[in-house]
Every structure is written in C-alpha cells, then in structure tokens.
Design a protein around this ligand. Sequence first.
Ligand code: NAD
Ligand code: TYD
Length: 359
Amino acid sequence: MNIKNKSKIEFKNLLVTGGCGFIGSNFIRYLINNKNYSGKIINVDCLTYAGNPENLADIAADYSSRYIFQKVNICDLKKLEKIFSKYDIDAVCHFAAESHVDRSIKAPGNFIQTNIIGTFNLLEVSKARGDEFRLFHHVSTDEVYGSLGAKGFFRENTPYRPNSPYSASKAASDHLVRAYCKTFSLPVTISNCSNNYGPYQFPEKLIPLIILNALEGKPLPVYGDGKNVRDWLYVEDHCEAIWRIMTTGDKGETYNIGGNAEMENILIVQMICDILDEIKPAGNGRPRRNLIAFVKDRPGHDRRYAIDFSKLKKELNWSPKESFDSGLRKTINWYLHHKKWIKNIKNGTYLKWIKEQYG
Ligand code: NAD
Ligand code: TYD
C-alpha cells in the first residue's frame, strides 16, 4: 500500500463513529451539505448520555438514501464486523469517545473501554478490509501533549505527556493508530485539535454550561483562579480541517488544528456574561458577572494549551475562518434559539425517546 499519497482521495462508504455527539454531528451536517462528497455516511454511535440523535433528525429525514444510523457500541467487535461488511466500508472518521475530563477523574473505566479498546476494534476491522480500505482518520486532542507554561506551543513532534485519565486514554488510542500504520501499512491520518465550541455541544463543557447557567441566573463555576488557558476552535472550522486532512493529507501524518484564539477561562466567562447582558438582559436587571463563583480547582488541571498549526496551514492551506468573538456570538445565539433542544437534554426527554426508538 502506498503510504505517501498526496493526490485527492475519494470515499464511497464513510463510517463516522460518534456521529450523534457534538463534533461528530456537526461533521456529518458539514459533509452531507458538501458538494465534493456524494458517498454514503454510516453513523455508528451507541448513544451514551452525550449522544443525541435529535442533533441529526433533519438529516435523517431528508437524506435517508445517503445517511444511515446504526446504534452500535464500538467495543462490540462482532457488530462492527457485520457493519463493515454490510456497508462495504472504505473509510472511517473516528470521533466516538468518552470526552469529558471531569468524568474521567470520577470514573475512568469507560474511558479505557471506549477510547482504547473501541479504537483497537475499529483498527482491526479496518485492517481486515485489506486493499479496499482507503483511510482511517482519527480525531484526537491537544491534551495528549500535557500542559504548557506561559510560553510555547504544541507542535506535532511535541512529546506526549497526558495528565488526566481522559488524555491518557486518547494518547493510547493515538499510539495504536500510528502503530497500525507503521506495522500493517493501514492508511491513517491523525488530527490533534484544541477545545471546540459551537452548536450542539453538551452543556457539561465550559462554554455551553456557562451560557445555560447564566440564562437561568445560576452560579457560574470557575475552577481555581480562572487563569487556565485554552485555545478555542469553532466546530465548523474543525470540520473543514478534518475533511481537508482526510482528502489531501499525507498518510501516516499527524496534523495539529487550532483556532488562533488563546483565552483565559475567566475572560471567556466574563465575555459570555457581557454578550448576554447586551442581547438578553437578565430579568432582575443585574449584571451576570455577579454570578461568577470561583470553586475548588480540578485535580491535575492543565494550566495552558496552545497550538501551532503551521503544518496544516503551510501544507494543506487551512486556517480557521471564525474569530473567537464572532464564534462565541454565533454559539450564544444558537443556544438562545434552541430552547427545545436544551429542554429535552435537561429533562431527559431525549433519553426516553431513544429508549422508545431503539430499545
Ligand atoms: P461528545 O462527548 O459530544 O460525543 C461523543 C459521541 O461518541 C457521543 O455521541 C457518544 O454517544 C458516542 N460514544 C461514546 N462512547 C461510544 C461507544 N463506546 N460506542 C459508540 N459510540 C460511543 O464528544 P465530542 O466533543 O463531539 O468529541 C468528539 C471527538 O473529538 C472525541 O474523540 C474527542 O476526544 C475529540 N476532541 C474533542 C474536543 C472538544 O473540545 N470537544 C477537543 C479535542 C478533541
Ligand atoms: P472543559 O470545557 O471541561 O474542557 P477541557 O477540560 O477539555 O479543556 O473545560 C475548559 C476549561 O474550563 C478547563 O480549564 C476547565 C475549566 N472549567 C471551569 O472553570 N468550570 C467549569 O464548570 C468547567 C466545566 C470547566
């Protein structure tokens, strides 16, 4: 198999894992509307608390010949084998994961199962496709590189130093993907990106949690001194970058994806308060900054993440389109206009609906 291949590649039957989650559902939406892709999308998702088929209800209704949903756990090798052969899968874009650092501190077991064993299963079934198989794209995180001080950036050759059970499990999965490429010539690409934000993000992560708490007049929890820094990537920019890597990236390569938007957590929380005060003032007329509550720090809390994505920019001509200010305003507006989605998540209606639909 030719590992170095820069010509644009095409896929017929792309299996997307974790397509009912935040980034996966945005990616499927991006791809189904992309004129340069006319193949099928097979979405494999076991619908954990973070998986919500409502995210793609319109796509499922409008594109039933091109979009297929399969409620399957990636830890179930036998079911994966059946799906790969039934749908003649020639490429994978792998999002499915347990993704929240705080949950990985409380209960790491599922992170080991899904992120490591699940990835291993997908690599095995992909390998079994032989020369028919075109690409395994693995979606990973900058958190595998550990934590930075005040200066410096993560580059593709930065040594791995994961600090949380979440990042350690993602690091293990990255190594497995790389090893399947080196040892078995499986055609792979890997991307490590910074913190995503945008529509459909489950409100346990910082930005949607703060937006929803601020709207409800609840305390806005800021861990530690609030000066931890993350780089923020608007989810649509991320989807475009993944597709660019999948179609034109070099096999066996890793690409960092960043949003050009380093921010201290406290500044983000203040920005959300100020934007909401401007467009939807609180009923009691008080500034929402009054709701900010500094709380106990997260154990092992990484201080700073920052991404150097010059490789992706130089080699594949990708840069983020959204500024943090414009992306944050779009995100806040999305949550303001999707009250039913929020209500369903909060009162568990969608979990009941999943039970009725899929047993
Ligand atoms: P998410 O938690 O919103 O969604 C995860 C999806 O995977 C859900 O739909 C869930 O049902 C599904 N899933 C979980 N376990 C599964 C299993 N065993 N079998 C089948 N499906 C399963 O996550 P996200 O934020 O969309 O992240 C997607 C990917 O991007 C993850 O691999 C994550 O590590 C990576 N990533 C996320 C961010 C971020 O800021 N959100 C940043 C960098 C990398
Ligand atoms: P999070 O959205 O959980 O993403 P990650 O841990 O993967 O970076 O958290 C982003 C930052 O915000 C991180 O430094 C932890 C902090 N944080 C808070 O201060 N309060 C919160 O309630 C949450 C969820 C996160």
